[in-house]
Design a protein around this ligand. Structure first.
Ligand SMILES: *Cc1c(COP(=O)(O)O)cnc(C)c1O
Length: 279
């Protein structure tokens, strides 16, 4: 299924002669929304063949939720390895995952950081048996290919924007665009490693860099899941203008960045900009 594109009438873009559109990937599926579905999609068959999927995430991870729902819908067992200690009662995300049948286990922060090292992985295999491993955030080569399908769904736009957490969505989106289009990712994390991550994921999926893309690093608002009064005010204002509630971790930071860049004259007049509402 393809998600709808809607034009956003926003004077901050119109004043600069820009046209701004939203790709509503958040409407793809109630339990597997947005980029999480795109990233899981091609991983479902191998997970089903193996029987058990094991993956990693923080206690509020959308990926953990979506992986748990996918296991329930498509019929494979799921194990979620969560960063940090167990807290009961479970928060909404983890309670949902458990309801979907996911088995939850926890790694302290030090072990979690080393989660892809052989000894940590061996300990997980010892405990849970064989599994199909999906990295944190669900970003692997198959996930990148799923996100390339997003790129192919959006001809007719000059610049296509998305938020970046692990960079998998941008890696695929950029690879799926036509040669005259470019992708612009907004990192929601502090630090300048995102570009390297996107490159690494494109290398894993395609053997090298693909498409025309760039990571914008100036709109993380202090780091992952960090918020400021300015960001909160932006979310409220945006909801008032457009009736769309942006999430504070990803899409609000992207939209803030898109409108800020538009306001600074970063896009030539006439540019058609599409912002992907990833979840
Ligand atoms: C997970 C998530 C992202 C991050 O995507 P990456 O592929 O990890 O960069 C962006 N937006 C939303 C809404 C998400 O849930």
């Amino acid at each position: 299924m393809t998600s709808p594109v809607v034009e956003l009438a926003d004077e901050r873009a119109a004043r600069r002669g820009l046209r701004l559109f939203l790709k509503r990937d958040d409407l793809i599926h109630p339990e597997l929304p947005g980029n999480k579905w795109r990233k899981l999609r091609h991983n479902i068959e191998p997970a089903r063949r193996q029987g058990t999927l094991l993956t990693f995430g923080g206690a509020y991870s959308n990926h953990i939720r979506a992986a748990a729902a996918a296991g329930k819908i498509f019929g494979f067992a799921t194990i979620g390895v969560i960063r940090g200690e167990e807290h009961r009662p479970l928060n909404d995300s983890l309670a949902f995952a458990e309801r979907m049948g996911m088995r939850l286990t926890y790694l302290d922060r030090a072990a979690y950081r080393r989660k892809h090292e052989p000894d940590v992985r061996a300990a997980l295999r010892e405990r849970f048996g064989d599994f199909y491993l999906l990295p944190e955030g669900g970003s692997n080569a198959l996930a990148v290919k799923g996100c390339a399908e997003l790129g192919a769904e959006v001809p007719g736009f000059d610049v296509v924007c998305c938020p970046c957490g692990t960079g998998g969505t941008l890696a695929g989106l950029a690879a799926g665009l036509a040669p005259h289009q470019r992708a612009l990712g907004f990192s929601v994390l502090k630090g300048d490693f995102m570009e390297g991550e996107v490159e690494r994921l494109q290398r894993a999926a395609y053997g090298g860099r693909r498409g025309t893309w760039r990571v914008e690093g100036g709109f993380h608002f202090g780091g992952y899941a960090k918020r400021t009064p300015e960001l909160d005010a932006f979310i409220d204002d945006f909801a008032g203008r457009h009736g769309i509630v942006l999430d504070g971790i990803y899409t609000a930071k992207m939209m803030f960045g898109v409108l800020a860049l538009a306001g600074h004259g970063a896009f030539p007049e006439g540019t058609r900009i599409l912002a992907v509402i990833t979840g």
